[in-house]
Write a protein that binds this ligand. Structure first.
Ligand SMILES: Cc1ncc(COP(=O)(O)O)c(C=O)c1O
Length: 416
């Protein structure tokens, strides 16, 4: 990565000039060339700032890559977690077949950054969004869509046929979340038949994401829930294969169940997402050895904060509240490398710190890092992630596609 001039960097990341200018740093080349060095340290960053610890991130990438290699499985990690093409490229460099994405803008951003093998795991029924996925394929992007309803298949098939393309698809199964997807067994077989009748669709596999299993506390309980859900997918895949459908891939799995799902008959292609960062909520699900803490992956994502008030002796205020951490999880931010501090949300911009007995409160101006309660929606609050090693900032990675882009209509190109 080209080193960033320190003065330009500081002004670009400062509040006066606002977001965007730090995006001069090219995340693609950062990932491709090995990380560079900006000459910036954490002390230079305006807070609150989102950081990823590169040593921990790299260790996490290696855990999944090594596990999949040992099990003879593939992986296509979920980029909804990081929304960051630079991390997507690191995942591919670690052996991933590509990335999974949750939205059309994420797919567009990953393809634009040159990430191969992009699987859209969510259903789309808006003609404009379908047209955008077709356009990505037309432009040479490698995309796969998970289809969970006959109408979705019909809409995509028509758009692909009009563009004279053949689009790769998975049959998306509802294995218990009841959020989207077709029911396993006969309904899925019927959908596979329908897909196979369209010349503009090519069936490549089955998707089954069991979100209900990912955060079950305790390894054996988690194993039970995941196996029950995922065996429906295994059986459905066999049913489809028996009828001659080409379903080489079963895509699914999560950070909490990666080492459960890779034991399934016929193998799996993992869609793990949170493993790159981890978060306080995930750490609490418990590990295989019966530990309360899930330590398979290292927490790498933190919010850097500053202590901005110490008026009263028994408390301190930091500059990170509900606008800086996602609040959907019952978990709370946890101070990194500081024992005995308790965080409480204290409004939009602030957090309240108190100290357990024997622990010391930080001083005014101190800078503290906090592990985040839930990684995906926390990332969605930030324009960029500072990639750090020790105190040094090695790269600045833009996050992308944090919302649907406002400048697009939902009409396919060319329609008025
Ligand atoms: C469809 C889908 N696949 C994979 C994942 C990744 O799960 P995790 O972050 O638990 O690894 C998610 C996360 O919500 C998801 O919605």
């Amino acid at each position: 990565m080209a080193a960033v001039n320190r003065r330009v960097f500081l002004s670009a990341t400062g509040t006066a000039l606002g977001a965007g200018l730090a995006l001069h740093v090219n995340p693609t080349s950062a990932a491709a060339s090995g990380l560079g060095h900006t000459g910036i340290t954490k002390a230079d960053l305006p807070t609150p700032a989102l950081l990823v610890d590169l040593d921990a991130l790299e260790a996490n990438l290696k855990v999944i890559a090594d596990h999949c290699r040992a099990k003879g499985c593939t992986f296509r990690p979920h980029a909804k977690t990081h929304k960051c093409p630079a991390i997507g490229k690191l995942q591919v460099a670690s052996g991933a077949k590509g990335v999974s994405v949750a939205t059309v803008p994420e797919a567009e951003a990953m393809v634009a950054a040159g990430v191969p093998g992009v699987l859209l795991t969510s259903p789309i029924v808006e003609p404009g969004k379908i047209a955008r996925m077709v356009a990505l394929t037309k432009q040479g992007g490698e995309v796969i869509l998970a289809i969970g309803h006959p109408r979705e298949a019909e809409l995509l098939a028509e758009a692909a046929a009009t563009a004279k393309l053949v689009m790769d698809v998975f049959v998306d199964l509802d294995v218990g979340d009841h959020r989207f997807g077709i029911l396993p067994g006969a309904p899925a077989l019927e959908l596979a038949r329908k897909i196979s009748r369209y010349g503009s669709l090519r069936l490549r596999g089955v998707q089954a994401y069991a979100g209900l299993a990912s955060h079950v506390k305790g390894f054996s309980a988690r194993q039970e829930v995941s196996r029950t859900a995922m065996l429906q997918a295994v059986e459905t895949r066999q049913l489809l294969a028996k009828e001659g459908h080409d379903v080489p891939i079963l895509s699914g799995g999560s950070t909490g169940t990666y080492n459960i799902d890779t034991e399934l008959p016929g193998g799996i292609e993992l869609q793990v997402g949170s493993y790159v960062f981890m978060d306080v909520g995930y750490r609490a699900i418990g590990g295989r050895s019966g530990d309360d803490v899930y330590t398979d992956f290292r927490p790498s994502l933190t919010v850097l904060t500053t202590v901005v008030s110490t008026t009263l002796d028994d408390r301190a205020s930091i500059d990170a509240g509900v606008k800086s951490f996602a609040t959907d999880s019952p978990a709370l931010p946890e101070a990194k490398d500081r024992e005995g501090l308790r965080y409480k949300f204290f409004g939009d911009e602030f957090g309240l710190l108190t100290a357990e007995s024997g622990a010391k409160l930080p001083r005014l101006g101190d800078r503290l890092e906090f592990y985040v309660p839930h990684c995906d929606p926390t990332v969605n609050l930030y324009d960029r992630i500072y990639a750090t090693r020790g105190d040094h900032v090695e790269a600045v990675w833009p996050t992308v596609a944090r919302k649907e882009t406002a400048d697009r209509t939902t009409k396919p190109a060319g329609q008025r």
